[in-house]
Ligand binder design. Structure first.
Ligand code: NAD
Length: 295
């Protein structure tokens, strides 16, 4: 049994902390929101009044927070209270630069650290089937892996500090661009009088095959489990896709990489979000793509 402090008990962190309790760890939770603390309590976690008191004496501290500024602020608060030899893991999706700063802060306090953003969404968080993309030193990763295995199915060591965040935003840039490409193909097929199923049957077994088509098809019918069959309820909300595409653009600027399609995808998702669709699943972009034809 490991003693774990879990800070940030939202849509993802709540069920992830509950899975650590199920795996018989001693979990102490903290969130700013009272109702989320109560939920964690009924899931079997102990509660603390502050992030620092949750972290005090813990073997492992895990953060699952909205953005880099929250992570840096919470890590600044908890690191001085942590015992030497303990481990801190951030599972939030944040910018690469903040992730690197967070690792440097931990090193200053003699605490091992791992950035471990996830893919798999709230379903993966509940079902403990997340994929973790990890950055950090070998020894820190080796210590983090058995803990992360209680919340996920696949744990990948991507490299040093910030490498997990780098892998996450590169993957999600592919996802954003490919979902728009698949949506454009369906919109064109509709205008050409081709049925959704006919395009799916051909492209899913041809060179157009990709996850956005075969696992998460943006039109209803061909893939019964895709959000298109459930009025585009998320799944993965468009606002989160805007966030990840923006992180990718920020990283591309800092690193001097050219990502013209990533930039265009960011603009398209931003327009969809600004029209009030932030809570719609990101595959709902097919509706936006269709609407462009009328303009
Ligand atoms: P969320 O907003 O539901 O949860 C974040 C929680 O952090 C909130 O409950 C908030 O009260 C808490 N918080 C903020 N500042 C805090 C502080 N100083 N101390 C304690 N708690 C604090 O968000 P989420 O959907 O759970 O996402 C969390 C992270 O995971 C984000 O970085 C997101 O990009 C990433 N992510 C989300 C999904 C998804 O499908 N929801 C998928 C992959 C990755």
């Amino acid at each position: 049994m490991t003693s774990i402090a879990f800070i940030g008990l939202g849509n993802m962190g709540g069920p992830m902390a509950a899975n650590l309790v199920k795996a018989s760890h001693k979990v102490t939770g903290f969130d700013l929101v009272e109702s989320l603390r109560s939920q964690a309590k009924s899931d079997g976690a102990a509660l603390a009044n502050t992030a620092a008191s949750a972290a005090q004496g813990a073997d492992v501290v895990i953060t699952m927070l909205p953005a880099g500024k929250h992570v840096l602020s919470v890590w600044t608060e908890v690191l001085p209270t942590m015992r030497k030899g303990a481990l801190i893991i951030d599972c939030s999706t944040i910018d690469v630069e903040s992730a690197k700063q967070a690792h440097a802060l931990a090193a200053k306090h003699g605490i091992a650290s791992v950035d471990a953003p996830v893919s798999g969404g709230t379903g993966g968080a509940k079902g403990a089937t997340l994929t973790f993309m990890c950055g950090g030193e070998d020894k820190a990763f080796a210590a983090a892996k058995p803990i992360l295995e209680n919340m996920g199915k696949k744990i990948v060591h991507c490299g040093g500090a910030g490498a997990g965040q780098a892998a996450k935003i590169c993957n999600n840039m592919i996802l954003g661009v490919s979902m728009i490409a698949v949506s454009e193909a369906f919109a064109l097929a509709e205008k050409l009088g081709l049925s959704h199923q006919a395009l799916f049957d051909v492209a899913s077994t041809s060179s157009g095959q990709c996850w956005s088509l075969t696992s998460y098809c943006p039109v209803p019918g061909p893939v019964p489990t895709s959000p298109a069959n459930n009025d585009y309820k998320p799944g993965f909300a468009s606002a989160l896709m805007v966030k990840d595409l923006t992180l990718a653009q920020d990283a591309a600027k800092t690193a001097g990489a050219a990502t013209p399609l990533g930039k265009h995808a960011q603009e398209i998702y931003k327009a969809f979000d600004a029209a009030g669709n932030g809570g719609v699943d990101f595959s709902g972009i097919v509706k936006h793509v269709r609407s462009l034809a009328a303009k």
